[in-house]
Design a protein around this ligand. Structure first.
Ligand code: AMP
Ligand code: GLY
Length: 428
């Protein structure tokens, strides 16, 4: 039987999910933008605000969806999974209560402490910005200052890295948030592990390294993610298999402590001198990380989703032994002052062997327009990361004027820097 699936969300991550589902399902999609890549793969799409649970449910019922996949965290926070489940449409995505592992950073850290989840940095929580700022001013070590709520990956400031202590203090006082987490600055290399979770089972996917900073060489403000790479095996060149296994154990510990969790659980880890520590959890696929893992997943995604819905054991996952490199093209000025609303020419034939995923663009009658977020991703695959990088780089010719990218993501030089950094931390 062909499943009728509703995909919620219209970014690059959701285009990758759509590609993974399109051949095996009757696919419908709804989002606030019209993503041309998703529109081409779906039987129908609708313009629906992702956080409008009633409108998502209406559309799911109208198209007769059997199950739904929810991409964006804002939809999870708004209870879209709860509303779909209540309407009898199985939603692969946690309910708002469980999604708090992402949507409420105070909850996330307090949960880790209460449940003794390994890898938790030292932290304090504050419900008043002045108290938080005073604490930052008085502390004698570097910290990460984090608004408790969702900020699209752009809310965190780290002292001794991006900002000085006095800049962090000013930021906390002037930003428009009351609730903060102030935590120990973790030093090391970041990596992501995403897992499918249902009925207490965890099926992990290969590790990925994302690049959050806007400019080459990890300079500039944090973004939603400028690009990412994965290796032909589950671990990354700068991690050991034991580091990867430790990260998976941490995800398993979360699920043991939260048995109702269903959906993707994403762990962002810092590989420190003491091993992997938790930067954060997300309650959904990563963007860009989904564009690395889904194209090389041999197990059909629909088999994972239907097993979760039907209460069956999740399939063991298999992956092509291929490295991947994703590079995001973003509007000029992104993320601080993005030049949204401009028309871009996308020459899909220039993508060559790479996959091209449209992200936060909007297709209108007269062309494709940028929004204020990332515009499109190209993903190369190859036997080695360097080969995948070349495929992705060559494909960037597809992104026309007005878009910018980081050319260093996935290059041999950058990967070597990561390896050297970890070796130095470990005193090797
Ligand atoms: P988040 O919004 O929690 O993903 O944080 C965004 C980015 O801030 C992370 O990807 C890290 O680069 C950085 N970050 C967050 N927490 C810490 C920490 N405790 N120490 C160092 N960097 C951090
Ligand atoms: N790549 C970061 C995120 O999806 O939040």
């Amino acid at each position: 039987m062909t499943e009728t699936v509703l995909l919620v969300g219209g970014g690059g991550r959701e285009h990758a999910v759509a590609r993974a589902l399109a051949d095996d399902t009757e696919l419908y999609a709804c989002a606030s933008n019209r993503n041309p890549g998703i529109a081409r793969l779906a039987a129908d799409t609708a313009e629906v605000t992702e956080t409008d649970a009633d409108a998502v449910v209406d559309y799911a019922e109208r198209v007769g969806a059997d199950l739904a996949v929810i991409g964006p965290e804002a939809a999870l926070a708004a209870g879209v999974a709860d509303a779909l489940d209540a309407a009898g449409v199985y939603a692969f995505g946690p309910h708002a209560e469980q999604a708090r592992v992402e949507t409420d950073k105070q909850f996330q850290r307090e949960f880790m402490r209460r449940e003794s989840i390994p890898g938790c940095p030292a932290f304090e929580t504050f419900d008043d910005a002045d108290d938080a700022a005073d604490y930052v001013a008085e502390t004698d070590h570097d910290v990460a200052v984090k608004p408790a709520g969702l900020t699209g990956g752009k809310g965190v400031r780290v002292t001794g890295d991006q900002v000085t202590t006095s800049e962090a203090v000013d930021y906390v006082r002037s930003a428009d948030y009351d609730e903060w987490v102030i935590e120990e600055r973790l030093v090391g290399e970041e990596f992501t592990v995403q897992a499918f979770v249902a009925d207490g089972e965890v099926r992990a996917t290969p590790a990925v390294q994302d690049h959050k900073r806007a400019y080459e060489g990890d300079e500039g403000p944090n973004t939603g993610g400028m690009g990412s790479y994965s290796a032909a095996e589950r671990a990354l060149p700068f991690t050991t298999d034991a580091d990867y296994e430790r990260a998976v154990e941490i995800l398993e510990a979360v699920v043991d402590a939260m048995p109702a969790y269903e959906g993707v659980l994403y762990g962002q880890f810092m590989l420190t001198a003491e091993g992997p520590k938790v930067v954060e959890f997300n309650a959904r696929f990563g963007d860009p990380e989904a564009t690395n893992t889904l194209p090389v997943m041999e197990t059909p995604l629909i088999d994972v989703l239907t097993a979760a819905r039907d209460g069956e054991s999740l399939p063991e996952l298999s992956f092509e032994p291929a490295a991947t490199v994703c590079k995001y093209a973003v509007p000029e000025g992104y993320p601080t002052d993005p030049d949204g609303g401009t028309r871009v020419e996308v020459d899909e034939s220039s993508a060559g062997e790479a996959l091209l995923f449209y992200a936060s663009v909007d297709e209108r009658d007269d062309g494709i327009y940028t929004t204020t977020s990332r515009a499109l991703a190209v993903v190369g695959t190859g036997a080695e990361i360097a080969e995948a990088e070349r495929v992705a780089s060559d494909a960037l010719a597809a992104a026309g004027e007005g878009l910018r990218y980081r050319s260093d993501v996935g290059t041999a030089e950058l990967v070597q820097q990561r390896i050297d950094h970890v070796a130095e931390l470990r005193g090797e």
